[in-house]
Design a protein around this ligand. Structure first.
Ligand code: SF4
Length: 298
């Protein structure tokens, strides 16, 4: 009889994050850290050296989930950039998920432009076939000046192409954009250019987060030295308004209900655009209360 190390549980290492929409998913850590790990605002994986975890540990976690997580219908592959895993190995992971967790309906993962670029359209389609149903991509901004400054690692044109490549493979695309990332000076350029990027990329889901200044990051240092100024609440609301105004996708959900935001907005685009703009205008006129600072702590 095979002995299962039930007491071991899942083999999580270090800081683990997942998108809010994956809160109820089986969180399967297949990599440690992020293969890029250079964005000046991001402190999530600063202390982790990027590694792809061993097959043995990944399989142990899948087997643990097969015994203890029978009610969770989705799997999310952590950490920062699971798509960077060589194609054969991701196929192996997806096959093991199908074999041992047959009730799982969808697998999701974070990706960046580099890891999407490394997969051919055929490989992405094969991953879709094997269950990879959604990719989460940190777009942050469509403003190339800001992308360079925060060391995003690609320009907006490449970012649009990579988003389209994911969609062409039949994989759903969920992107995040960062309010405040361009500072006060470029706030409205960032809003307009990001709206234009989103229009061209046309993702199914757009989540707007507010940039948080994390001690130890380069952005924090810039802020400390007075080289970076975060827009105030009103500035952030105006930025959100302009971003939504310039976002013309065919069909999708734009939401800013992340804990970091001052005003939760959830709009089905394109139909819900005017309602979202009206809501932000009401907040700008002071008719709707904003989230207090203490509630924004993550
Ligand atoms: S690509 Fe994402 S996880 Fe990696 S450093 Fe940038 S923001 Fe952080």
């Amino acid at each position: 009889m095979k002995y299962f190390d039930d007491y071991e549980g899942m083999h999580y290492e270090g800081n683990c994050i997942r998108p809010p929409s994956e809160a109820d998913s089986i969180l399967l850590q297949v990599t440690l850290g992020c293969s890029h790990n250079k964005c000046t605002f991001c402190g999530t994986y600063k202390n982790k050296r990027f590694t792809i975890k061993d097959d043995e540990i990944i399989l142990k976690d899948i087997l643990f989930a097969s015994r203890c997580m029978k009610n969770q219908g989705r799997v999310f592959l952590m950490d920062g950039d699971a798509l960077i895993i060589p194609h054969k190995k991701i196929l192996w992971i997806l096959d093991r998920i199908r074999e041992h967790l047959p009730w799982v309906r969808r697998v999701g993962a974070y990706a960046n432009t580099k890891s999407i670029n490394m997969k051919s359209p055929e490989e992405l389609a094969e991953l879709r076939e094997k269950g990879l149903g959604i990719i989460f991509l940190g777009v942050e901004t469509g403003d190339d000046e800001t992308r360079r400054k925060v060391r995003k690692g690609s320009d907006s044109i490449h970012c649009i192409e990579m988003g389209k490549k994911v969609k062409a493979a039949g994989i759903k695309l969920s992107v995040t954009v960062l309010l405040g990332i361009a500072g006060v000076e470029r706030s409205l350029d960032h809003a307009r250019l990001t709206g234009e990027l989103l229009t061209r990329m046309n993702p199914e889901f757009i989540g707007a987060l507010t940039v948080m200044l994390i001690p130890g990051t380069e952005l924090w240092e810039e802020f400390r030295k007075g080289e970076f100024n975060l827009p105030d609440e009103e500035g952030l609301l105006k930025e959100l308004r302009d971003m939504i105004l310039h976002t013309n996708i065919t069909r999708g959900l734009f939401f800013s209900n992340h804990a970091s935001n001052y005003l939760p907005v959830k709009a089905r685009l394109p139909m819900g655009k005017q309602d979202a703009l009206n809501l932000i205008d009401s907040a700008l006129r002071g008719e709707i209360g904003l989230k207090p600072e203490w509630m924004r702590a993550l």
